[in-house]
Design a protein around this ligand. Structure first.
Ligand SMILES: [Zn+2]
Length: 381
């Protein structure tokens, strides 16, 4: 069966899908780097005693950087996720060193997407003895087809050139979009910020290397400690088929990876029914704090509840269309999630656009396949 095409390195592909073609050459003039208001560069904040969150201050970007959680144990630090590029990884190393002198002893990867793993190389360079932990399924995706575009072990000129050409496509898309009339002020500001973001991302993704897991597990792995034990769990399929969450049983802090993303959930190549069940199982743990894969920490389960409802509403909207024999393309046009969309993004035209691209369209694809009993496979980065 043809796998769903969709989620690529970070969310680059969604922009490229919109670009439609990668043929145009980039312009010679270089756009400015992100401003402070763009909220691109991650900062570190303490969220609990001995627990910090490294996150983008402005949570929605076309090409985001995944959250990184830093947990202090007696003999070293445990990181959850690693950022989305070697450049982001180097900044994460500095942010970690700004709060603790202890070495990073383990980095647990929540899933295989590039915006969570491509900073690993810089972190492993700073702390060469660190373990890199992932579920078996995520390990297989990192080593296999999903991440075949990325060099393993050492940089590779041909693969780097191919990656850079994809960035040319993103830049062309942004220039073309900004040249079109009819954008709202908010959309124009969003695309201009994205243009600055991609200039920085191009810088950050020089010398791409994917560092691979050194330790894997199927269901759970406990990193024991006197103060802050960490349970790494595969709670079931959801955002991917290998999702890992980190649970601190003493502090009742839960880092979810992209099972939760705010303000716009990402619906690429997901497993709709499993995702609902997985989030309900996590809700049953009664976390005191949810740390999403993107966005700010949450002190209650309200947002998780909204995502569970959104998954249900999308499945309910798509399944009858699939069963009536409506084509996938037609179903994507006809599915109406405007009421749910308003709950997540209000009437913001910039976020409305991306809610449709990052949730409605890809998740309709997944829900349609689910309703038809077709397999859902992970995409390529
Ligand atoms: Zn992500």
């Amino acid at each position: 069966m043809r796998p769903i095409q969709g989620f690529q390195a970070g969310l680059l592909a969604a922009a490229l899908v919109l670009a439609g073609a990668l043929s145009a050459a980039p312009s010679a003039d270089v756009p400015a780097r992100p401003t402070a208001e763009d909220g691109y560069f991650q900062t570190i904040v303490r969220v609990d005693d001995g627990v910090w969150l490294i996150a983008q201050p402005q949570p929605f970007h076309i090409q985001p950087i995944g959250n990184v959680v830093v947990i202090e144990q007696s003999d070293g630090l445990v990181l959850i996720d690693a950022g989305g590029s070697p450049g982001a990884g180097r900044r994460i190393v500095e942010l970690v060193r700004s709060v603790s002198d202890k070495p990073v002893k383990a980095v647990a990867i929540t899933h295989w997407h590039g915006d969570h793993v491509l900073g690993l190389s810089a972190i492993a360079q700073a702390w060469p003895t660190t373990e890199i932990v992932a579920t078996d399924a995520t390990d297989a995706h990192l080593r296999g087809r999903s991440m075949k575009a990325y060099p393993k072990g050492a940089p590779d000129a041909a693969l780097q050139a191919a990656f850079d050409a994809r960035l040319d496509g993103a830049e062309t898309f942004l220039r073309d979009t900004l040249a079109k009339p009819g954008l709202s002020e908010r959309e124009r500001a969003g695309f201009e910020a994205s243009h600055r973001l991609f200039a920085q991302y191009r810088q950050d993704t020089r010398g791409l290397v994917l560092a691979l897991p050194t330790r894997t597990f199927g269901d759970s792995l406990r990193l024991d400690d006197g103060l802050r034990p960490v349970e790494l769990l595969h709670p079931g399929r959801g955002n991917t088929d290998g999702d890992l969450v980190a649970w601190l049983p003493r502090q009742r802090v839960l880092a979810t990876g992209d099972l939760l993303v705010a303000p716009i959930p990402f619906g690429f190549n997901a497993y709709p029914a499993d995702w609902q069940a997985t989030l309900r199982a996590l809700e049953a743990k009664r976390p005191a704090m949810w740390i999403p894969g993107h966005g700010a920490p949450m002190r209650d389960s309200a947002y998780a509840g909204r995502v569970i409802a959104l998954i249900g509403h999308t499945r309910d909207a798509v399944a009858p269309l699939a069963k009536q024999g409506t084509s996938m393309e037609e179903a994507k046009k006809r599915v109406d999630l405007s009421a749910d969309r308003a709950v997540f993004v209000g009437d913001d035209p910039w976020l409305t656009r991306w809610f449709d691209r990052y949730w409605t369209q890809p998740f309709t694809d997944a829900a349609y396949r689910e309703a038809k009993g077709q397999p859902i496979e992970q995409g390529e980065g």
